[in-house]
Write a protein that binds this ligand. Structure first.
Ligand SMILES: [Zn+2]
Length: 302
């Protein structure tokens, strides 16, 4: 297990299972301009936010948890004295949708898709709060004066109400959980409908942006802070396809069900973070999906 991978795993575990935290290595707290007035932000523990500065105010993307949200708010103040007007939250999961109260308490409004808000209402996290604004349907536009925030709900893919954000005037996007550069799928691929995920990646490739901030990014930190690109979206989709084809080939060969996770190897991805630790978990998850049918699934998701 590489050192970076251990740090990543630790960060994920902390953000999922413990109270909000701030990494001791505070010097990693850092914003990086990736497009005109658009900044990526991370504390270096695996979570990446974005903020966009305009003439009338600031839009921030992804609060994660109170500790992160507080540092994100300070990073905005370090760049501009314009007020934060909105904090957009991508989806329902506690490890992304917590900490919004930091922005609500400071006069901004938090925004989430209705499906994500309904889930959080039924399943509150220790550090989560219901949003100030909910929206429903497939598309919505927030007018920020000299830029617009386009909200895209693509139907089922991961979690509830997962929203992709684009700011066409600045050629940027914010993509949570659906694209993680330089990493295999997350452990047992929790709460992903893999076929719908693949479809959604195709829809993201149709969107209007050159660079994005991906909520998790396993490229070297300095590179990760410059964001992710359409190439990473394509690579994520190709990984899904390659893994599925490798599993189907083992089905075809008649390999025993429990032997398949060890039989599937994708050496072209062996340099990706999590390859040794998670590929078998990824395989087990996708093969059950291919055997039993896709899950999770809900009617009228779109
Ligand atoms: Zn998630």
């Amino acid at each position: 297990m590489s050192r970076r991978f251990r740090i990543f795993s630790f960060g994920v575990l902390l953000s999922v299972f413990s109270a909000p935290f701030v990494l001791a290595a505070d010097e990693l707290n850092s914003a990086r301009e990736i497009s005109d007035g658009v900044y990526s932000f991370t504390l270096g523990e695996g979570n990446h936010s974005m903020f966009v500065v305009g003439e009338d105010g600031v839009a921030v993307f992804e609060t994660f948890h109170s500790g992160h949200a507080q540092k994100l708010s300070e990073a905005v103040e370090g760049v501009t004295d314009k007020p934060i007007r909105y904090a957009f939250i991508s989806h329902n999961h506690w490890d992304h949708a917590s900490g919004g109260q930091v922005f609500s308490g400071a006069g901004a409004q938090t925004v989430m898709h209705r499906r994500a808000a309904d889930w959080l209402d039924a399943n509150p996290g220790r550090d989560s709060a219901l949003p100030d604004i909910t929206w429903s349907g497939d598309h919505k536009i927030f007018d920020m004066g000299d830029f617009t925030v386009r909200l895209h709900y693509l139907g089922l893919n991961h979690g509830m109400g997962l929203t992709i954000f684009t700011i066409p005037e600045r050629r940027v996007a914010y993509i949570a959980d659906l694209v993680t550069p330089n990493r295999v799928m997350f452990s047992v691929v929790p709460d992903f409908n893999i076929g719908e995920w693949e479809r959604s990646l195709g829809e993201i490739l149709e969107m209007d942006f050159d660079v994005a901030v991906c909520s998790h990014n396993e490229l070297p930190l300095d590179e990760a802070m410059t964001g992710c690109t359409r190439t990473h979206v394509e690579e994520e989709r190709q990984f899904i396809r390659d893994l599925r084809n490798a599993i189907l080939a083992e089905f075809e060969k008649g390999t025993g069900f429990m032997d398949i996770p060890k039989a599937v190897r994708l050496p072209q991805y062996s340099h990706w973070v999590g390859y040794e630790e998670w590929l078998e978990m990824n395989t087990l998850r996708l093969m059950t999906d291919l055997w039993m049918g896709p899950f999770p699934w809900v009617p009228d998701a779109r």
